[in-house]
Ligand binder design. Structure first.
Ligand SMILES: Cc1ncc(COP(=O)(O)O)c(C=O)c1O
Length: 396
């Protein structure tokens, strides 16, 4: 048995390429706006997490350019050592203030934030209780920790969460961790129940707000704000790669927790910090979110408009609340064919297939930008309805 046998035997991609339905790595030839060019084709972009449309905002681009000129292209070191600029510190202060928490720690990606926070906070005698549909980075953070046990509860099933919590010793350390807005389904976690159960069973609560920040809550402050529970959630993490139009991740929590993370979280300590340009683009995006609270409202209204159009046209969508609308395509191959046809007809969407979802539950994940227009949604929904009709996937 050779170590690389698994690579030699990995044929899934070859099969999809042979069938002409390989859906990944389409290269963008323009900025990530509501309409983009990919491989020479004009595409309405329904597959980006650039929720507020800020990656192409002139002020955001200018902020990045200025930082690049002043500080150079990289930090060449960990935040812990030579990789901290005064810009990093300013961004952390601004995020903590915006999210009404004592302190903030920034990481190099959102993925690393989950790895770094969970693995540092959860020790050998502690338990993690997580929603089954949590993001992969949460799962990997759990794996990286020395947790005594990872218990997974059925998606948003509060009875199951209580059953799992009640099976653990009351005096043990426990972290309940959940996506705020679920990344694939676009539904919002049942935070009031989670907080209530955390109190009852002596657990701490961590929310991954990658898809909640800039989208829901007062002025886009995210899931905890949406429920008026900012004081009850112990740890909130998020990313700069979606509404904040950059790259990087953050966690906000108490001063004590942040101080502990800064000195014990390995993906923080042993990783180079984000570039000054990335910091300044995120800061400018945050400034715009504060200045223009109508952007998240526009985004939600647009997603509601898309849901209405899709339903009118018989497109088989799942119920969702956020600017993420899953379209049921059920099996993997049909999903890939649908994506290819949509791409050829000028709509870019993302396939989500097993094993990422259970067999038979494949979807096309569509996501929205505040800068899309109703006219673009109309055009996209016509094309989606046509393609779904050709594949016999419209609701009768
Ligand atoms: C729920 C959730 N958490 C964390 C991440 C990781 O964020 P990033 O891509 O910025 O590393 C993502 C990214 O897709 C996500 O959807």
């Amino acid at each position: 048995m050779d170590l690389f046998d698994k690579c030699k035997d990995f044929k899934t991609v070859d099969i999809l390429i042979e069938k002409g339905i390989y859906p990944y790595f389409h290269a963008l030839e323009t900025k990530q706006g509501p309409e983009v060019v990919m491989e020479g084709i004009n595409e309405i972009m329904l597959g980006s997490n650039n929720y507020l449309g800020l990656t192409s905002h002139p002020e955001v681009i200018e902020a990045g350019r200025e930082a690049l000129m002043e500080y150079g292209s990289g930090c060449s070191g960990s935040r812990f050592l030579n990789g901290t600029t005064k810009l990093h510190l300013a961004l952390e202060k601004e995020l903590a203030e915006f999210l009404h928490k004592e302190d903030c720690v920034t990481y190099s990606t959102g993925f690393q934030t989950n790895l770094g926070v969970i693995s540092a906070i959860v020790g050998r005698n502690d338990y993690i209780i997580g929603d089954k549909e949590n993001h992969a980075s949460i799962y990997d953070g759990c794996k990286l920790s020395y947790t005594k046990g990872l218990l997974r509860y059925k998606h948003s099933d509060m009875e199951d969460l209580e059953r799992q919590l009640s099976s653990l010793p009351l005096d043990s350390g426990k972290l309940i961790v959940t996506d705020g807005v679920f990344s694939m389904g676009g539904d919002i976690c049942k935070l009031p129940d989670i907080v209530r159960l955390a109190k009852k069973y002596n657990a701490r609560v961590m929310v991954d707000d990658a898809h909640g920040f800039g989208v829901i809550g007062e002025g886009g402050r995210g899931t905890a704000s949406y429920f008026g529970l900012e004081d009850e959630v112990d740890i909130i993490m998020g990313t700069f790669s979606k509404s904040l139009a950059s790259i990087g991740g953050y966690v906000v929590a108490s001063k004590e927790v942040c101080n502990y993370l800064k000195h014990n979280s390995r993906p923080y300590i042993f990783c180079a910090s984000i570039t000054p340009a990335s910091v300044q683009t995120a800061r400018k995006a945050l400034e715009i979110i504060k200045r223009e609270p109508e952007r998240p409202k526009r985004l939600m209204a647009l997603a509601d408009y898309a849901r209405k159009k899709f339903r009118e046209k018989g497109i088989d969508i799942r119920d969702s609340e956020a600017p993420i609308i899953p379209i049921n395509t059920y099996d993997n191959e049909t999903t890939f064919i649908a994506c290819k046809k949509l791409f050829e007809n000028g709509v870019y969407v993302n396939p989500v297939v097993s094993p990422a979802v259970p067999v038979g539950e494949s979807i096309i994940r569509t996501s929205y930008m505040a800068t899309l227009t109703e006219e673009q949604i109309d055009r996209a929904s016509d094309i989606i309805a046509k393609v779904m009709g050709e594949l016999n996937l419209l609701k009768k």
